[in-house]
Design a binder for this molecule. Structure first.
Ligand code: ADP
Ligand code: MG
Length: 710
């Protein structure tokens, strides 16, 4: 094959946007602000919505209550005053002979608006039409000033018109004109080598055609579908993004399945002995997860499994039972937790559980130093320790295992894929088990944790009392203190949590420290208050947690070090200070620290009343549901998948158009097709698949080890 040809194609799409006719260096800078550097980026810069200008209505025909588009001449423009001159509103009155309509701006740069709208200009506007004082009006319309003859203008009129996201200096009409020239000049260069068979089965339109239609839809398209990004063109582009994502995942997964691992075959005597001594029985969901794990462990290939279960669903015991099977076969298990406090807690619980069985457990954190640390290293190396529990310290270079059989990562969403890889490398292809309380929808989980198999613990241990959540304003602080007091008098314990925002970490820490003092001296002199934060030394932390566990401390003032994993069943109240500063998933994690015993529990979210709208939505969601899945979906909606924790570090390619939540149904189809393709051609050897490999490499940018597939 002529090698220069694809190179040539690639170059055309990689043409810097500056060289597109009409762009030039100045506009290129503006495009750059939007992340658009090349022609290809430009093609992927899809309209944010569409306006139906196939038939422009007369102003008299515009209906109130719906989104409408109209056209007319500016009759008047200027600032109007309302409410005894207290409120300024910028108004533009537009007429077309059939009637008039008033366009209103309640905020915005008045001087700029005045400059922009002059009497006699013609403009097109759209937005929701409403009635006010017997007149039609639109607030904050989308609008464009019209020059030239609209009968001749086939980009901006007489069609479904794309609306792009603007930036200062780059407005609709310019954007539309430039995009038109990019689409006309370059869309033919776009290729997506998805095999014909799949294209047919999925009823996909031509790839280049998809871009043409999405930017400048033909008249027959449905405006509703376009605006929902559900047109055939959109579907084609989204499918393409998902397909290459899933193809990469399918290959990764297959790569793991081919590796030789350890087959752990055991009667499970040790784990049975632990089960006998527990004060509770496993839930059905825990048993199911454990059975799936055991089945994987018996196979001669490495396990790569994720346990997904809401906070408090009992993941730790499942992980421990799996560890014991490994120990029984003469191997070691390592459990890595994201914080010291959590590692220590795991150590305490697990140590207590398995010491009677004669299993050696060691704690390894960065705070254990000197000779003590050296000794732990030795014992791990000699295999005297069978279960190692720790923080990042476990993946340090100096740590050598005797025979690592199982690597467990708790609260996986706090780590990246890199750490998982490092821990795995500590053994000869050990089994890997990761746990997360991020309750994301299954299809999404399958993608984010792409190459993992998933076990779901979707049931809480019996007897849990629901947690009642309420938002209180700062002014109700005394009422909150009374709730705290009542609970402590009943013998319960309380968490008071402070946010720790990085930029002002010192200040926040002072908050927590001062608050603890203030509470002790002025508010609850009769109770014991403890303080816990991340800057404390390991043994101090341990001592405080120990005292809290033994109920010597009634109220624990803490930073978010207690966010993950902490298990104190007697704690029944949590007060979150500055709740408006926390993200939804984080609040849910925090709330998971209470309601773990048989007592009804209360979560109090103290919010500063000047919180943003978004913060209010978040806090309301917390009041409304305890369901981690619902919380996660809401969080994802509010923050978008990029921000949603765990995804950033997941090592997945970025999406330009596809949206993991909105486009789930396309994701499922793309996944099906990609996995099917890899099943039929595991090494991607078919000549017809070689173009696929090139695209894969480009999309995954080295994040996919393609060595295995050549
Ligand atoms: P998470 O899934 O959030 O990590 P943990 O493993 O910390 O949850 O478990 C929460 C609490 O529930 C612990 O005190 C644990 O001992 C207890 N627990 C776990 N499984 C059960 C069960 N089947 N019945 C009763 N209590 C259980
Ligand atoms: Mg846990």
């Amino acid at each position: 094959m002529n090698r220069s040809q694809p190179q040539h194609f690639k170059n055309r799409l990689q043409t810097p946007i500056q060289y597109v006719k009409g762009v030039g260096p100045k506009r290129a800078k503006l495009f750059e602000k939007k992340g658009i550097l090349t022609v290809e980026d430009g093609l992927y810069f899809l309209p944010r919505c569409y306006e139906d200008r196939r038939h422009l209505k007369k102003i008299s025909e515009l209906r109130a209550g719906g989104k409408e588009t109209g056209f007319g001449e500016i009759l008047l423009s200027g600032t109007a005053f309302y409410q005894n001159k207290k409120k300024r509103v910028f108004e533009v009155v537009v007429g077309d002979g059939s009637g008039t309509i008033t366009l209103k701006w309640f905020r915005g740069n008045e001087r700029y608006l005045k400059e922009r709208f002059k009497k006699g200009q013609r403009m097109i506007f759209s937005g929701e039409v409403r009635w006010f004082n017997y007149q039609k009006e639109i607030h904050h319309p989308d609008m464009e000033i019209v020059e030239g003859d609209i009968e001749e203008d086939y980009i901006n009129f007489k069609r479904i018109v794309p609306i792009y996201s603007e930036t200062e200096g780059l407005y609709q009409r310019t954007l539309r004109r430039l995009l038109k020239s990019i689409v006309d000049g370059y869309s033919d260069e776009l290729t997506s080598p998805i095999p014909e068979e799949i294209v047919e089965r999925q009823d996909l339109i031509d790839f280049s055609e998809a871009f043409r239609r999405v930017h400048f839809p033909p008249d027959g398209e449905s405006i509703e579908k376009l605006n929902l990004q559900r047109s055939d063109g959109h579907r084609r582009i989204i499918f393409d993004e998902f397909f290459f994502l899933e193809l990469g995942l399918a290959l990764k997964k297959r790569g793991v399945a081919l590796e030789t691992g350890i087959s752990f075959r055991t009667q499970g005597t040790l784990s049975q002995r632990l089960l006998n001594q527990l004060s509770f029985q496993l839930t059905l969901a825990q048993e199911r997860a454990l059975a799936e794990i055991v089945e994987d462990m018996e196979k001669p290939h490495p396990m790569n499994r994720l346990i997904q279960g809401d906070v408090g669903s009992g993941k730790t015991i499942v992980a421990l039972l799996a560890s014991l099977r490994v120990v029984e076969c003469g191997y070691q298990a390592a459990i890595m937790a994201p914080t010291e406090v959590l590692a220590e807690q795991h150590y305490l619980t697990i140590h207590r559980w398995v010491e009677p069985l004669g299993v050696g457990v060691a704690l390894l954190t960065s705070n254990i130093k000197g000779s003590e640390r050296e000794e732990i290293y030795d014992r791990i190396r000699r295999g005297e320790v069978q279960i190692v529990i720790g923080t990042h310290a476990v993946i340090q270079e100096q740590v050598e295992f005797h025979r690592l059989g199982l690597a467990i990562i708790d609260e996986q969403h706090k780590f990246g894929v890199v750490q998982r890889g490092l821990l795995k490398k500590k053994g000869g292809n050990p089994d890997v088990l990761v746990m997360t309380a991020t309750p994301i929808p299954r299809t999404l989980a399958m993608t984010i944790y792409g190459d993992l198999d998933i076990s779901l613990i979707d049931e809480m241990p019996p007897g849990r009392m629901p947690v009642e959540t309420r938002v209180f304003p700062e002014s109700a602080r005394n009422r909150v203190y009374r709730i705290v007091e009542e609970e402590v008098k009943k013998g319960r314990q309380v968490f008071i949590v402070y946010p720790l925002v990085e930029e002002s970490e010192k200040l926040d820490l002072m908050d927590a420290t001062q608050m603890a003092e203030h509470l002790q001296k002025d508010v609850f002199p009769g109770f014991r208050i403890g303080l816990l934060h991340g800057r404390m030394k390991s043994d101090e932390k341990e001592a405080i947690m120990g005292e809290f566990k033994e109920k010597a401390i009634h109220i624990l003032v803490a930073t978010t070090v207690i966010e993950v994993g902490i298990d104190i069943p007697n704690a029944s109240v949590m007060v979150v200070e500055h709740a408006e500063r926390f993200g939804l998933s984080q609040l849910h994690q925090l709330r998971g620290r209470i309601g773990r015993g048989q007592y009804p529990s209360k979560c109090v979210l103290l919010a500063q009343y000047r919180s943003s709208e978004e913060a209010k939505v978040r806090l309301r969601a917390m009041e409304q549901t305890n369901d981690g899945f619902k919380i996660a979906e809401q969080d994802l909606e509010l923050r978008g998948p990029g921000e949603f924790f765990g995804i950033r570090q997941s090592g997945l390619p970025d999406f330009r158009v596809a949206h993991l939540i909105r486009d789930t149904s396309i994701l499922i189809e793309a996944r099906k097709e990609a996995f099917r393709l890899v099943q039929g051609d595991p090494d991607m050897e078919k000549p017809s698949h070689s173009a696929l490999k090139d695209v894969l490499k480009k999309r995954w940018k080295g994040r996919l080890e393609l060595a295995t597939i050549g």
